[in-house]
Design a protein around this ligand. Structure first.
Ligand code: NAD
Length: 417
């Protein structure tokens, strides 16, 4: 995929500026919101299986906690940079506010190639990283979760390491952990499910019947594959999907569950029976009603946005559309359901997991899914109403809601001393 080298944090600041202008934000508060409250960079020595010592660089950025403890995932990827983690932590801050969760925003990452590492190397790296940031995290301080190339097992290692250091089990220190350790039912599919609920609401607003609507998913991982499965259950048809190895297309439709099983068996969506191969670029230009970027940032750039044929873009990924691309999509009448709304199902169910841990509750999957639906549908209509009232896009509407709530909390707290 031709990833433009735009700086994600510069893009996040550009979005903040647009929201600040529309909100007529106090310039002092705008200054506060331009910077993370705390940045940690840690060095992580790891004994590799062949006896060598490798040293990895890890980050945890705590952007803002005016509305509650910091919250945000941890990413393992060779392309992780400090500016990427800063951007993701800013988006988490606005996202938690849009969904009205009592959390601030944070994000973490380690620059590594997890696909080239053994499970024991990944475990040692995770435990050493957790030790390095242990003073800064905790159920009342900062609660990590999975992100790209981290999963429930990684959360279990973080939970165990943190609990060993404390001397007692602290399930609420992470979310997205295995069910056996206090994870929530419904968390694994929550991001995709939330994005599907947003798509359903957006389709109603746009008068697009979901039954028979076609969609394409870029990035068939946790968010993308769950989104596809749930949207398919709502009557839509997936015509294209991709992952880091390539993409597949089938006009008649790709069965979402079968495609996932194929990826689990072979490691990629490519080679799926009865499909044609397409490149990642071609996938973004697929003739379809709904395009769901579900991989990484900077996927839809100003240069290629004109080639997007979908009527609607639902951002399962964080930061997939650059501000330049937003302008093009806007002027072409493409409705963008922005990341800080569309993929907030993950953090909403993380919140439900945290509440269950703190209150020693166990909710059924039906209870979790219906609380998720209520929360995200409410957030969708809050954003839609803001966008309609201010005559702006859904992106700007969402930023106005999110940034506005964080700004209000900062002003009300005041500056001490
Ligand atoms: P994941 O690791 O499960 O899946 C990522 C997928 O993207 C993989 O299938 C990978 O092969 C694919 N991919 C990577 N590079 C690609 C490329 N260049 N072209 C096409 N596909 C590519 O990760 P995930 O948890 O599903 O996260 C995906 C996105 O969703 C990220 O932006 C993440 O921040 C966002 N997100 C995830 C959650 C969550 O709960 N998992 C919550 C909110 C937002």
């Amino acid at each position: 995929m031709a990833m433009a080298k735009e700086n994600p944090f510069a893009n996040a600041l550009e979005q903040l500026k647009i929201a600040a202008e529309h909100l007529k934000l106090d310039p002092g508060v705008h200054e506060v919101l331009k910077r993370p409250k705390r940045i940690m960079e840690v060095s992580i020595p790891v004994r590799m299986d062949d006896g060598r010592t490798d040293v990895f660089v890890g980050y945890r950025v705590q952007y803002n906690d005016a509305r509650g403890p910091y919250k945000g995932g941890i990413r393992y990827h060779p392309g992780v940079t400090l500016d990427e983690v800063k951007a993701l932590s800013a988006w988490m801050t606005w996202k938690c506010a849009v969904a009205d969760l009592p959390f601030g925003g944070a994000k973490g990452g380690i620059v590594c190639d997890p696909k080239a590492m053994s499970p024991s190397e990944l475990e040692r790296m995770t435990r050493r990283y957790t030790t390095a940031i242990s003073e800064a995290i905790g159920p009342d301080k900062d609660i990590p979760a999975p992100d790209v190339y981290t999963n429930a097992q990684v959360m279990a290692w973080i939970l165990d390491t943190y609990s060993q250091l404390k001397g007692y089990m602290v399930p609420g220190v992470v979310t997205g952990k295995p069910i056996s350790l206090g994870g929530s039912l419904g968390r694994d599919s929550a991001t995709g499910r939330g994005a599907a609920f947003c798509t359903r609401e957006a389709a109603r607003v746009a008068k697009l019947p979901l039954k028979g609507a076609t969609f394409a998913v870029q990035g068939y991982g946790n968010a993308g594959s769950n989104y596809a499965t749930i949207l398919e259950g709502m009557g839509a048809r997936m015509v294209a999907a991709s992952d880091s190895s390539g993409g597949v297309f089938c006009k008649k439709g790709l069965d979402a569950r079968k495609l996932l099983r194929h990826k689990e068996k072979t490691g990629s969506v490519t080679g799926f029976p009865s499909s044609e191969e397409v490149s990642s670029e071609e996938l973004l230009e697929t003739e379809c009603d709904i395009l769901a970027p579900a991989a990484l940032e900077n996927t839809i750039t100003r240069e290629m946005a004109k080639d997007v044929k979908a009527r609607m873009v639902v951002e399962c990924a964080n930061g997939p559309t650059t501000p330049g691309a937003d302008e093009v999509l806007d002027s072409n009448g493409v409705m963008v359901v922005p990341d800080i709304l569309a993929n907030s199902g993950g953090v909403i169910v993380s919140y439900l997991e945290w509440v269950q841990n703190l209150d020693r509750l166990w909710w059924t999957v039906e209870e979790v899914n219906s609380k998720l639906e209520r929360k995200i549908v409410g957030a969708f209509h809050g954003v839609h109403a803001q966008a309609a009232k201010s005559g702006v896009s859904m992106r700007t509407g969402a930023l106005m809601v999110g940034v506005g709530k964080v700004a209000e909390a900062i002003k009300t707290l005041g500056i001490w001393p």
